[in-house]
Design a protein around this ligand. Sequence first.
Ligand SMILES: *[C@@H]1O[C@H](CO)[C@@H](O)[C@H](O)[C@H]1NC(C)=O
Ligand SMILES: *[C@@H]1O[C@H](CO)[C@@H](O)[C@H](O)[C@H]1NC(C)=O
Ligand SMILES: *[C@@H]1O[C@H](CO)[C@@H](O)[C@H](O)[C@H]1NC(C)=O
Length: 342
Amino acid sequence: MYIIKSIKPSFIDDSNNHRHHLQLLAIMKSKLQQLPFATSGVVFLALALLAFVCLVIYPKEFQLQSLVSACRSSPSASLSSAVHLIDPVTVKPDFRLLLGVLTRPDLYERRHLLRLVYSLQQTPDLTAQVDVRFVFCGLTKEENRVLVALEIMRYDDIIILNCTENMNEGKTYTYFSSLPRLFDDSPYDFVVKADDDIYFRLPKLIESLNRMPREDLYYGFVIPCDSMDPFYKYMSGMGYLLSWDLVEWVATSEFAKNNTVGAEDMMTGMWLTAGKKGKNRYNTKYAMYDYPIPVPIDACSHEFVPDTIAVHRLKDNLKWARTLKYLNVTQGLKPSKFYHFD
Ligand SMILES: *[C@@H]1O[C@H](CO)[C@@H](O)[C@H](O)[C@H]1NC(C)=O
Ligand SMILES: *[C@@H]1O[C@H](CO)[C@@H](O)[C@H](O)[C@H]1NC(C)=O
Ligand SMILES: *[C@@H]1O[C@H](CO)[C@@H](O)[C@H](O)[C@H]1NC(C)=O
């Protein structure tokens, strides 16, 4: 069971309604505080009142799910008893996705940026659960053993595999094949293997995955650059996705285990093709692409487009900045006397 936080009806954005809603809740709260006794009757009354308020404000959305999320999402709804009683009602997210960024321990600054850009996308209206994790092989440097430990204490978003750091000598195999054991109590629906120089727009990725089968799915950017045929070769290592059944299959496939060394994305494609897996293949072109440096240099890159799912080859901060600017990521910055950008 999962907490609802992921499902936010669009009306929350309506600031008038929202203010009205807050006022009503404040009135309710003061009324409740005036009551001399705190019995279960009061709790029931509070619940009934809360339900009524939600029904009045959000008649169109009067379903349990939106009722609960609407009333939960108000920061001032500190009607602790009522909220507490509502808490256990949970709604499944559409799906659960593990976004594993294969990177190296030394790249602290990149992880900082990736944490920023992905945590800013974890808004209540995401309808799927997306867990971003940084994936390394074993730490070998004295400083990393301490500094990465600090990061884990603070963020708890790092997976340290049992391997020696490498790119094309089996790290991806170790990654996929470790997951069924690591998440045997809470398997994901989808697993992404991502580079650390790609930016995914989570809402667009989720929207696209909602139309995909949940099984036997191999999804990504088709290689070679000028091909549109997902069955011809394989998906680019920039960021491709396997459904959980395929991850489980990789973990048990002797063929995969025997063939771990080589361009990692090509190897993944080879395992699936050899095992007659990935019957559902989906090519994300042209919504995924390489950053145009400074103009498109090959058929894998093109200019920015509004429907972008992901931009790859973001090798430095300027490329990140231009991408994030085009995609309006900083548009929501609130004005303040404390800073200016001119
Ligand atoms: C590494 O190996 C140990 C011992 O086999 C195991 O307990 C642990 O879960 C492994 N770690 C990962 C991330 O797979
Ligand atoms: C994997 O390698 C082992 C040892 O070389 C071999 O006996 C086995 O047939 C191979 N399996 C596959 C499926 O390639
Ligand atoms: C960014 O915002 C501008 C102005 O509101 C809009 O015209 C444009 O379509 C947005 N771009 C994207 C990628 O959403």
